[in-house]
Each structure stands twice: as structure tokens, then as C-alpha cells.
Design a protein around this ligand. Structure first.
Ligand SMILES: CC(C)(COP(=O)(O)OP(=O)(O)OC[C@H]1O[C@@H](n2cnc3c(N)ncnc32)[C@H](O)[C@@H]1OP(=O)(O)O)[C@@H](O)C(=O)NCCC(=O)NCCS
Length: 162
């Protein structure tokens, strides 16, 4: 029988192991994985709890799942809300309740911190994750996610002919 992994808050020393899981999740969700950029952002998050929390599930010495929660301020949700930006469970550990335990932990953390709402994005075609979230009581909104680079686009160079 499999010994259930222990869930705990991630530490800065988990960075290397966590990057392996983040890479696996990004491949699955077709998100570009720029190791240096992600390592920098994740390292900052692990050292600065004001930005959010990372929880991991550990089986023996190996990390097998993680959840990233960050904070966002949105009037619609009464101010501070929790954003689940990443959740990944290794294939061999799926359907053992780890995803649910991680979400429960994030929910109770938010509740105790006075945060009323947890929000997340999920790809339309990720049916398994949508079924998972729905089974936990998440409601879907009919909205479209949009993003743009903060740096203004460079104007096209004019070709000067002599
Ligand atoms: C989605 C994911 C996090 C679920 O984690 P998990 O640990 O397998 O989920 P749990 O075992 O806690 O499942 C809880 C309930 O969710 C539902 N559920 C979970 N996986 C499901 C699936 N593939 N299809 C349908 N329902 C599912 C079930 O109701 C399940 O309860 P049950 O097993 O008693 O029937 C996991 O499949 C995963 O990591 N997927 C790849 C990464 C991903 O898509 N992340 C989400 C990005 S937004």
C-alpha cells in the first residue's frame, strides 16, 4: 500500500525539486518554461510570504505535488483574494485525494487570513482539471483571460532610401 505523502509549506531549499514539478506541469499545459525566469520568480515567492504561499506533498524524499497561491486585490471580491496560479499532482499520485487536500489547505489558509474568495484559471480543454474543480464546488465564469506585455511595442522601423 502507498504511504500517503505529507503536505507541508515549501521552503527555499525545495526550489530545485519544485522546478522539476513546475517543468512537468508547464509541458502538460503547454506553457513556455524559461528555467531562469521561473527559478527567479519562484525563489522570490518562497522567501517572501507577503507574496503568497507554496505547499508541497512529499513522499519519502521526493516532492510529488505542489500548489501555488498568490494574492490579488479585486474590489469585486471584497479586496484581497487568493489566486491559485499552479496546481500539479504527479501522474502516479493522481486520484488519491492529494489535489483536494492541497485545495482544502489553501482554502482554510485564506479563510483564516480573512480572504473570502479563491480564484484560478484553467484551460478550456483541460477537462480533467475542470471536473476536479467542479467536484470541489468551484463555479465557472463566462469570461476571457487577456494579457499584454507591459513594455510598449516598438514602432516599426521606417526604411529610409537614399
Ligand atoms: C487536476 C489534478 C490537480 C487533480 O488532482 P488529484 O489529486 O488527482 O485529485 P483528487 O484525487 O483530490 O480528486 C478529487 C475529486 O476530483 C474529481 N476528479 C479528480 N480527477 C478527475 C478526473 N481526471 N476526471 C474526473 N474527475 C476528477 C473526482 O471527483 C475526485 O474524487 P474521487 O477520486 O473520490 O472520485 C491532477 O489531475 C493534475 O495534477 N492534473 C494535471 C495538472 C493540471 O491540470 N492542473 C490544473 C491546472 S489549472
Amino acid at each position: 500500500m502507498k504511504v500517503p505523502p505529507a503536505i507541508r509549506t515549501a521552503r527555499p531549499s525545495d526550489l530545485h525539486e519544485l522546478l522539476r514539478l513546475v517543468g512537468a506541469y508547464y509541458r502538460l499545459d503547454r506553457i513556455r518554461f524559461e528555467r531562469r525566469t521561473i527559478a527567479g520568480a519562484l525563489g522570490t515567492l518562497l522567501r517572501q510570504p507577503a507574496l503568497g504561499r507554496v505547499w508541497v506533498a512529499q513522499s519519502r524524499t521526493r516532492l510529488v505535488a505542489y500548489l501555488v497561491l498568490t494574492f490579488n486585490y479585486d474590489l469585486e471580491f471584497g479586496g484581497l483574494e487568493g489566486m491559485i496560479t499552479e496546481l500539479y499532482v504527479e501522474v502516479r499520485w493522481r486520484r488519491f485525494g492529494l489535489g483536494r487536500r492541497l485545495i482544502d489547505l489553501a482554502r482554510s489558509f485564506c479563510h483564516k487570513s480573512g480572504i473570502d474568495t479563491l480564484e484560478l484559471q484553467v484551460s478550456r480543454d483541460n477537462r480533467q482539471a475542470r471536473a476536479f474543480y467542479k467536484s470541489l464546488g468551484f463555479r465557472e465564469f463566462d469570461r476571457v483571460v487577456m494579457a499584454i506585455d507591459a513594455a510598449p511595442a516598438m514602432p516599426a522601423k521606417r526604411v529610409v532610401r537614399s
